[in-house]
Design a protein around this ligand. Structure first.
Ligand SMILES: Cc1cc2nc3c(=O)[nH]c(=O)nc-3n(C[C@H](O)[C@H](O)[C@H](O)COP(=O)(O)OP(=O)(O)OC[C@H]3O[C@@H](n4cnc5c(N)ncnc54)[C@H](O)[C@@H]3O)c2cc1C
Length: 564
């Protein structure tokens, strides 16, 4: 993080503190309503804390809304499918592939993900239905809900909307932290719609703002020394992944570790509908072969991202061409924008000369794509001979022992296509150092009072090492969010034996507004003692929220006789 931005933050903060009135207090402020922030807020609220959840976006969920699966270890679903997984196996897989993973966190996650992530999410109503094998895991452990991980986010948000301990501030961007007597005690925000600045104060702050992969300047500033920096780099992360959390953490004195550990995909293409030219889409074609600038294959195309990244290290400029024919064009998959469909992929991507060259002969294709004719022709002919022989003698993508799958076909049916790919940003594996409670540490490894972090902002605590393995962001984000939320609530002085809807603190003292909760508290304590389920009282007509209408109050009357 540059000194300039740190100074700017200080200046902003000082200006804000002197001018901006304090608007309201919470026990815990969680900044960022991605899956880590949701977990943190729920957990803090569960401890009895009044939580203010702030997000720059107008909806919650962050990247999880688009993301896929969770790496989870030894879950009930695995066992029901006869998959024998164990913390040892998982830890071994991550240690083998990630360069220097954080042993404490990798082991803690391997040991506890079934209980702390899988069971917890299932308990909140999340359904996991599928486990996919990957070429990175010794056993299948990549867990999916139906569809994307939005189905893991919605039940959390639903619960939170019924939780009177949690208040939301959408379109509200945290722009600086405030500090009093060495303790972080609040967040200065700016409303993204009105521009109004507001200072919110709390006893503890959890930063869960995700990564910085939508900020190309910061991605480049932290580029690894191990690989050539690409001339063209596309953005492959969400709008608010701009790195605000890192700047705030740096201002507070946090040690930022492993910032050069970033997941960059090689198969980005420019989004043809993005006028800035910076936004990328993910292009995948299992029937394509990949060639470098001299028209030669350079890797097993089915290999994992780590192997591909290694293979492109020597390139002058990372990125390559996907080469396929008319048959392969039918298997083209492009992700990353809502407008994508079979038709728009054909018209806007495959038949868009700014993205894809196509021609009836390989010579013409090479000319249009700027590839050497001889190199490309020889590569395709060699490929076709290897497919016929059933053996990839160059990169062992298939062999007599591991026969080719149905995606392995000769490239013979015109028109032929060459699609240029570019590196595309995705995820962070570095960030502020935290202790075992999720509290941020300064460069002397001393906890910063009142400041916590969770999720991708922390580089998922180094669980991955330098390698973004399949599903190893979502699950750790949930676990880290829960840890930070619990610790922040404890730190804020709230730890209740039962859920109090925020009416009382750890010492049993009433907080302002507690009077309004006495009946709620008494009735819910009774319900929990008697072991009633929520639907004994609540229904669509009697929702779990303060009564907003006479109709709800009427429905609520029906439940009085349960206790009285
Ligand atoms: C397309 C895609 C697919 C992925 N697929 C997978 C997958 O299959 N498996 C896997 O494990 N991981 C996957 N990941 C990574 C994973 O989704 C993220 O690492 C994870 O969701 C991070 O969660 P988070 O809550 O830490 O951060 P985020 O999801 O980034 O949430 C951060 C939140 O903070 C808000 N915010 C940011 N700055 C501010 C600010 N200054 N003030 C207020 N709010 C702010 C943002 O609006 C956002 O809502 C994928 C990522 C992408 C982009």
């Amino acid at each position: 993080m540059s000194r300039v931005s740190t100074y700017l933050f200080c200046a902003l903060l000082l200006a804000a503190c002197s001018q901006t009135p304090v608007a309201r207090d919470a026990d815990v402020i969680v900044v960022g309503a991605g899956i880590a922030g949701l977990a943190a807020a729920l957990e803090a609220s569960g401890q009895g804390a009044q939580v203010l959840l702030i997000d720059a976006n107008s909806v919650g969920g962050g990247h999880a809304v688009k993301a896929g699966g969770f790496a989870l270890v030894d879950t009930e679903l695995q066992r029901s499918k006869g998959i024998q997984d164990s913390p040892d196996l998982a830890f071994g897989d991550w240690a083998l592939r990630g360069k220097n993973p954080d042993a404490f966190w990798a082991w803690r996650y391997a040991e506890n993900s079934a209980r702390d992530v899988y069971d917890w999410l299932v308990g909140k109503g999340v359904g996991f239905h599928m486990i996919l094998p990957t070429n990175e895991d010794s056993v299948p452990r990549f867990h999916f809900t139906r569809g994307t991980a939005v189905n893991a986010v919605v039940p959390l948000l639903r619960e939170m909307l019924y939780d009177t301990n949690i208040e939301f501030r959408w379109n509200t961007r945290a722009i600086a932290l405030s500090r009093l007597g060495g303790r972080i005690n609040g967040v200065l925000t700016r409303n993204e719609r009105t521009g109004v600045e507001q200072l919110y104060r709390a006893n503890a702050v959890v930063l869960a703002t995700g990564g910085l992969q939508n900020n190309l300047a910061e991605v480049r500033a932290n580029w690894t020394a191990d690989a050539a920096e690409p001339r063209r780099l596309l953005k492959g992360a969400g709008r608010f992944a701009t790195g605000d959390g890192y700047r705030m953490a740096a201002w507070a004195g946090a040690e930022l570790k492993n910032m050069d550990r970033q997941v960059t995909f090689n198969n980005g293409i420019p989004d043809p509908r993005d006028t800035s030219g910076e936004h990328g889409l993910l292009a995948q074609n299992p029937m394509a072969i990949w060639v470098n600038a001299v028209g030669h294959r350079f890797v097993d195309e089915s290999a994992n991202i780590r192997v591909v990244t290694e293979a492109t290290r020597g390139f002058d400029d990372p990125g390559y061409w996907m080469v396929f024919d008319a048959e392969g064009a039918r298997r083209m998959v492009v992700r990353g924008a809502p407008w994508l469909s079979r038709e728009t992929i054909r018209d806007d991507v495959l038949h868009n000369p700014r993205i894809t060259s196509h021609a009836d002969t390989l010579q013409d294709l090479a000319r249009q794509a700027g590839l050497p004719e001889h190199g490309l022709q020889t590569t395709v002919e060699t490929w076709n001979r290897m497919v016929a022989a059933g053996e990839d003698f160059k990169f062992q993508r298939f062999s007599k022992i591991a026969p080719p799958d149905r995606t392995v076909r000769q490239i013979v049916t015109p028109p032929f296509y060459a699609m240029r790919t570019f590196p595309m940003t995705r995820k962070n594996m570095g960030g502020p150092a935290i202790n075992h409670r999720g509290q941020m540490l300064n460069d002397k490894r001393v906890p910063i009072p009142g400041l916590y972090a969770a999720g991708e902002l922390t580089g998922v605590a180094g669980i991955n090492g330098s390698y973004g393995g399949a599903g190893t962001f979502l699950g750790p984000s949930v676990m880290l969010g829960r840890i930070a939320g619990t610790a922040a609530a404890e730190d804020a002085g709230v730890a209740l034996s039962y859920r109090s809807s925020g009416a009382r603190n750890a010492a049993g003292q009433a907080r302002p507004g507690a009077e309004g909760y006495w009946h709620f508290d008494v009735s819910h304590k009774l319900v929990s003692e008697r072991g009633y389920s929520c639907d004994k009282c609540h229904s669509e007509t009697n929702p779990m929220q303060p009564a907003a209408s006479r109709a709800i109050l009427l429905a609520r009357l029906d439940t009085c006789t349960l206790c009285h």
